[in-house]
Design a protein around this ligand. Sequence first.
Ligand SMILES: *Cc1c(COP(=O)(O)O)cnc(C)c1O
Length: 424
Amino acid sequence: MQVHPPHVDPATRGAIALEHAHLAHNYDPLPVVIANGQGAWVTDIEGRRYLDFLAAYSALNFGHGHPALIEAASAQLGRLTLTSRAFSNDQLGPFAAALAELAGKELVLPMNTGAEAVETGIKVARAWAYRVKGVPQDAASIIVARGNFHGRTTTIVGFSDDPGAHDDFGPYGPGFVSVPFGDADALAAAITPDTAAVLIEPIQGEAGVLIPPEGYLRRVRELCTEHGVLFIADEIQTGLGRTGHTFACEREGVVPDLYLLGKALGGGIVPLSAVVGDAEVLGVIQPGQHGSTFGGNPLAAAIGVRVVQLLAAGTLQKRAQLLGTRLREGIEPLIGHGVTAVRVAGLWAGVDIDPRLGTGRHISEMLLARGLLVKDTHGQTIRLAPPLVIRSTDLDWALEQLHLVIEGEAARADSGQAPAHAVG
Ligand SMILES: *Cc1c(COP(=O)(O)O)cnc(C)c1O
């Protein structure tokens, strides 16, 4: 296969320059300009194909243009797209019923983005603390984990310890206590009578697919139950099939009080998020106390109900498990040969690149030139998260590219040469 950095082409250069000139620089995208997508593959504006191994951070679990989802969206598009919640619509009820059943819970509160689901979870936990638990007004606290990523709103970045996400956006809201991720004893020590909730990702995605020690989620569940504290699982990235389960909490057979869902819930077509829980918790929110103009709109609900149907069949979860084993077996041999550590959960992996090879960004650019789209996180880590519908032969092809790039760069580092710049 030819190795081709896309940015050398004039049309790509022009499109990137246009974005750079007119967009706030809150992202630093890899230099490829995508125009089409089908399944696990995308095509750039010059007709070159790439395998999408990021899948919009798991928002594209079902791949680009999934026929059932496109059909549901197209049919609804011509009928009705928005009513606001001032009125009922015929799509929202079926969506909520299906999602509640999938999660084994009673109620759904629909929003749009993941960060809104997190904000909703925080509001629900606080209202529950005052109205049900009896915590004194404005004293409720929520325990979060270090290394967390829960979104970009001002409340949420206030309890992030990633300087890029956090710094210079204060003053930060009070009411959050942070403990090391994966350390149940530290969590136990942080619980007080005023603790409303524990908010964690079952696996920390943005931090680099960090998997807590076996038994951690069970201890979190036990501690929350014992102390009358809500367990809020942010499954926005881990949920909906990615780890080989509908919810990553199932890895330890644990059920949280609230699921926060987003990303893949909208089928990669629309933003759709939700908080899912039982009436004794979610029921604390009364009319007028929370809402969103677009939350629960019929277009999103029509897509969401198809997403839930796809997951209820269970085949994608099985596929993620099966292909996940193949992914693990494909990348683990790289440990000690350009890779320092690998963490795999279902069809999801964090791969730590040996710093001698260069940064995760450098490796991402080398892979881009070979037609494989991945994205680095936190310097040395690349995260692998292809659509769950990926063909096994395509997965094997991706593993081949990873081996070629990482072994090639390891050999170069061994010979003392500086990294060649795949992308200038
Ligand atoms: C992406 C993500 C969010 C935020 O979702 P947005 O739709 O980008 O607001 C929150 N929590 C986790 C775990 C995520 O991965």
